[in-house]
Design a protein around this ligand. Structure first.
Ligand SMILES: N[C@@H](CCC(=O)N[C@@H](CS)C(=O)NCC(=O)O)C(=O)O
Length: 201
């Protein structure tokens, strides 16, 4: 049986994406929290050895580390033939690249900026504008289907929703995007779903 070890942190939506995918897939794994509040050299040695770019998440698959949340999601989808791989691997890959460049850039960085600073008005306005455009796009996509790739949840949903569960921390009123709000409710209703702070504690 394949052995999975995930390194992550509760405030890291990128880590949450991976743990949510493992949970939805029902994959047994060991979760090892990494303390990002201390300098890199003081963090756990097994993570430092596994993390090529010095970031969480890292997923070890039978001892082989894979980094970058969307690369990990693609690995899991391919390895299981699920989470969208079974219907359209190319479309799934498109979505994950979109997420990395759009909502996976705007939302985490806006939150980082607002929560941990330093504050800079121009940057904040740029990130918020980009995030609003990303939410417009998602809302449009979700107008005619329950999940981004169709009738069932895929790694595209897992990637795009991750940081939205921290939306209350950045004064983001999702009422403006009802399709996104309803989609998040559908994700919350999936068996095993938990908020990041509960899943990553
Ligand atoms: N593109 C990466 C981003 C990962 C990332 O930014 N991780 C942050 C936490 S969310 C991190 O580990 N930062 C290192 C640090 O805080 O020292 C991914 O998708 O995995």
């Amino acid at each position: 049986m394949t052995r999975y070890v995930l390194y992550g942190h509760p405030d890291s939506g990128h880590s949450y994406k991976v743990r949510l995918a493992l949970t939805l897939l029902g994959i047994d794994h060991e979760y090892r929290p990494v303390d990002l509040s201390v300098p890199r050299e003081a963090r756990r040695a097994d993570w430092r050895a596994a993390s090529r770019f010095g970031e969480v998440p890292v997923l070890e698959v039978d001892g082989r580390p894979i980094v970058q949340s969307d690369a990990i999601l693609l690995h899991l989808a391919r390895a299981t033939g699920r989470l969208g791989w079974e219907s359209d691997p190319d479309r799934l890959t498109e979505w994950l690249f979109w997420e990395a460049n759009r909502i996976g850039l705007s939302l985490p960085n806006l939150r980082l900026h607002l929560k941990w600073g330093p504050r800079a008005e121009v940057l904040e306005a740029w990130l918020r504008g980009r995030l609003e455009a990303d939410l417009d796009r998602l809302d449009e996509e979700l107008a005619d289907r329950p999940f981004l790739m169709g009738e069932t949840v895929s790694a595209a949903d897992v990637a795009c929703c991750g940081y939205l569960f921290y939306a209350d921390q950045i004064a983001l009123d999702l009422a403006r995007w009802p399709g996104v709000g309803a989609w998040l409710d559908r994700i919350r209703a999936l068996p095993g779903w938990k908020h990041p702070y509960d899943l990553m504690a």
